[in-house]
Structure formats: structure tokens, C-alpha cells
Design a protein around this ligand. Structure first.
Ligand code: COA
Length: 383
């Protein structure tokens, strides 16, 4: 006799949770129709022009921009925390050279929890101390990782310099000039925060179980790595290895689209118009490319934009220009996503604290579409 199919009434599942409102936040607003991004009430365009990365982090963590005195205190606290437990430095040294920086970063952030004096404490004070420490340590991890793996000596943060300048200095060994510093500060600021994106949501889900801050960050890092999310900036730059003439672009893009391939660094789930972060990074990419003798890359980028818009109707996202800016700054491509992750760590930390402050376990449901009424026979009776 054929078993009767049981059904349970449910609303239709939304694939990819598109447009599903999964919570409330005061941290940022992404206006996909107008192409605007707001951090705590401030338009990102104005912040990128008038504020530093550290100021934007302060804004996210305190709800308001700092005064000069508050910023100085915040900056010096961050810079003074830019050192790592020696055991975590050993962890980096022991990793195989083939390990991807994002895998190593995820492992090292997880390892940091074992040496953090506030690790199990979810109180407001402990979360504030851990946030400062973790943002500073994450930046140091990425810089130290690159230096150790390329056989160069580790550099200590310079207490006189800001966060972005120290990051570039500790990573590359050379102090950045004003143009490099400005471009990098803007890049970090634009990667800082972006609503309930996949990695932030993953971090909030982990925080909602009242697991610790390091665990929530580790969830964020694992999620950011994927090529459909933060991993896109590393992939996006690869197109420049394959095309070296502006005239070849149209055929190349057409070939990729005909094969059903995605153009990395293009398209966005929320923005239906140009990603405002791409618009803000583009001029920095152009200036840095020309300065570094890579002017042709900038022309190729322009042409790729035109062709993809014409053929597919989609715009570049932040990762397209983030890859180009980092490339022009001399950062190796396998570190692009890890640099993004350092900035986003501050955004994740803001969300993790917001989740702890008004927590309810995040636990959605699903539509069951599997089999019903099967019988579990003893193993000897299964054919
Ligand atoms: N290259 C080519 N086609 C793309 C595309 C891209 N980068 N991004 C979206 N599309 C196309 C899809 O093929 C699909 O076309 P179809 O309707 O003809 O089948 C349509 O646009 C919708 O794609 P879908 O995957 O449903 O959109 P999404 O909202 O789920 O995707 C992204 C958003 C970001 C995952 C997607 O744009 C993408 O894969 N981009 C490349 C990776 C990237 O840059 N990620 C960083 C995001 S900041």
C-alpha cells in the first residue's frame, strides 16, 4: 500500500533569504535601490572624505564620531594592542607554506581565544576590551603572517602612526606616503561594515548562542572566505593576468558569459545600481595604478566595466576595486581577502556586541521536502 504523503503548512522558503528581515540593527543601512551606504546615520561618502578608518570604527562601536581627544585615546589603545602572544606567532610559523592566509587567519583568531584574559566574559567591559584587542591583533596577524612567510623580520607598530598606516607599514616594511595612506584608509573604511551580509549574519548566529567573541569572529572569517563573498577580490584581480590588451576584453568577457561563468567583482545581492563603495574606490585605484606604472590596468578595468554593464547589466562591486587598489599598493593577491577581513572584524565586533545586548537565539526553520513513513528495519532485514 502506498503511504499517504503527510504535509505541514509552511510559507514558501526564500532562497538565499533574499529580502528576509532577520533582525534589527543601529549599525548600518544598505540602500540597494539608491546605492547608498549609511554607518550609524552618516553617509559613507562623507565619512570617506572627512574621517579615518579608526574614526569610523569608533562610530560603529560608540554610536557617534569621536572628538579629537577621544580619537587620540582610541588610536593609541589600538596601536598599543598590536602585538601577539608568542604561541600564536609559533602557530603561524608552523603552518605549511601552502596554507591560504584566510585559513591561517581563521585558525590564529581561534587560537587567540586561549590566551585572552577576557575570553569567557561576555560583560560590556570585557567585550569592549576584547574588541580593541581583537581588531589590533587581527591586523598584526595578517602583517606578521606575510612577513614570516616571505622570510622578512617582524615589525612593531609605530605608536605615532594611525591604524591604516601601521597596517601597511607592518605588512610591506615601507612607510606609506600620503596618497597610499589615504587610499588604504578609504579601502578599510569601505570594507568595515555592510549590514546583514553573509559573514556578519554568521557571526551573529554564533553570538546568539552566547558563544564567545572569538568563536563568533571565527564563524565570520570562515564565511567571508568564499568566492561569492570576500574571496571575490582575490579572484577579481585574476582577470588582469588573463587579459593584457583593452581590445581583447569584449571577446574574453563574452566567452566567459557564454560558458555561464561569473565575472568576479561584479554584481550584488542588494545593490541594483552602482555599489557606492566601488564608486569611492575607483579614483584611488586609478591614481595608485598610474603612480605604480600600471596605468594600463586602470584602462582595462574601465573597459571591463563597460562590457559587463552592456552585456549583463551589472556593475562592479567593492571587491573589483579593492583588488586593484591592493595590487597597486604591492599587496600579494592571496592576502586581499585577509586585508578585507581585518576591516570587517571591526564590523563583526559591533554586530556581536549588538547581538549580546539584546539576544534571542537565532534559530530559523525549514520546509521538509524529504521522504515520509519509512520503516527502520533491523540491519539483517535490509535488502
Ligand atoms: N557575473 C555574471 N553573471 C552574474 C554575476 C556575475 N558576477 N552576478 C550575477 N550574475 C547574473 C547571474 O548569472 C544571474 O543571471 P540569470 O538571471 O541570467 O541567470 C543573475 O545575475 C542573478 O544572479 P544571482 O546569483 O541570483 O544573484 P545573487 O543576488 O544571488 O548574487 C552575487 C549576488 C554577489 C553572489 C553575484 O553577483 C556574484 O556571484 N558575483 C560575483 C562574486 C562577487 O563579486 N562577490 C562579491 C560580492 S560583494
Amino acid at each position: 500500500m502506498k503511504a499517504k504523503r503527510q504535509t505541514i503548512d509552511r510559507v514558501t522558503a526564500t532562497r538565499g533569504l533574499e529580502d528576509v528581515v532577520a533582525g534589527e540593527t543601529k549599525i548600518s543601512y544598505v540602500d540597494g535601490a539608491a546605492g547608498r551606504l549609511i554607518y550609524c546615520g552618516y553617509d559613507i561618502r562623507e565619512l570617506a572624505e572627512n574621517a579615518s578608518f579608526a574614526e569610523a570604527v569608533y562610530l560603529l562601536w560608540h554610536g557617534e564620531l569621536p572628538t579629537a581627544a577621544q580619537l587620540e585615546g582610541f588610536r593609541s589603545r589600538l596601536v598599543s594592542e598590536m602585538r601577539l602572544p608568542s604561541q600564536v606567532v609559533e602557530t603561524i610559523k608552523l603552518a605549511p607554506p601552502s596554507a591560504h592566509p584566510m585559513d591561517l587567519l581563521r585558525t590564529a583568531v581561534s587560537a587567540l581565544s586561549m590566551y585572552d584574559p577576557d575570553r569567557g566574559d561576555l560583560s560590556v567591559g570585557a567585550c569592549e576590551r576584547k574588541s580593541v584587542r581583537l581588531l589590533a591583533q587581527t591586523i598584526t596577524l595578517v602583517a606578521d603572517m606575510h612577513r614570516l612567510r616571505s622570510g622578512r623580520p617582524l615589525l612593531s607598530a609605530d605608536v605615532q602612526m594611525g591604524l591604516g598606516a601601521n597596517f601597511l607599514y607592518m605588512l610591506r616594511g615601507a612607510r606609506p606616503d600620503i596618497e597610499e595612506q589615504r587610499a588604504f584608509e578609504v579601502l578599510l573604511m569601505l570594507h568595515l561594515e555592510h549590514g546583514f551580509n553573509a559573514s556578519t549574519f554568521a557571526a551573529r548566529v554564533t553570538a546568539s548562542t552566547l558563544s564567545d567573541t572569538h568563536a563568533a569572529l571565527t564563524s565570520g572569517l570562515g564565511t567571508l572566505k568564499g568566492p561569492l563573498h570576500g574571496g571575490a577580490n582575490e579572484r577579481a584581480i585574476e582577470i588582469f593576468d588573463r587579459i593584457d590588451e583593452v581590445e581583447a576584453i569584449e571577446d574574453y568577457i563574452e566567452g566567459m558569459l557564454n560558458e555561464g561563468k561569473r565575472i568576479m567583482g561584479f554584481g550584488h545581492r542588494v545593490y541594483k545600481v552602482e555599489d557606492p563603495r566601488a564608486r569611492l574606490l575607483r579614483p584611488h585605484a586609478q591614481i595608485l595604478c598610474h603612480r605604480a606604472g600600471m596605468g594600463k590596468l586602470s584602462s582595462i578595468a574601465d573597459r571591463i566595466e563597460q562590457v559587463v554593464l552592456k552585456k549583463k547589466g551589472i556593475y562592479p562591486n567593492v571587491d573589483f576595486y579593492s583588488g586593484l587598489v591592493q595590487h597597486a599598493l604591492g599587496i600579494p593577491k592571496e592576502y586581499f581577502t585577509a586585508v578585507f577581513a581585518c576591516a570587517r572584524t571591526a564590523g563583526w565586533l559591533a554586530h556581536i556586541r549588538e547581538q549580546y545586548d539584546d539576544n534571542r537565539l537565532i534559530r530559523p526553520t525549514s520546509n521538509y521536502i524529504g521522504a515520509w513513513n519509512k520503516r527502520a528495519l533491523p540491519i539483517a532485514e535490509r535488502g
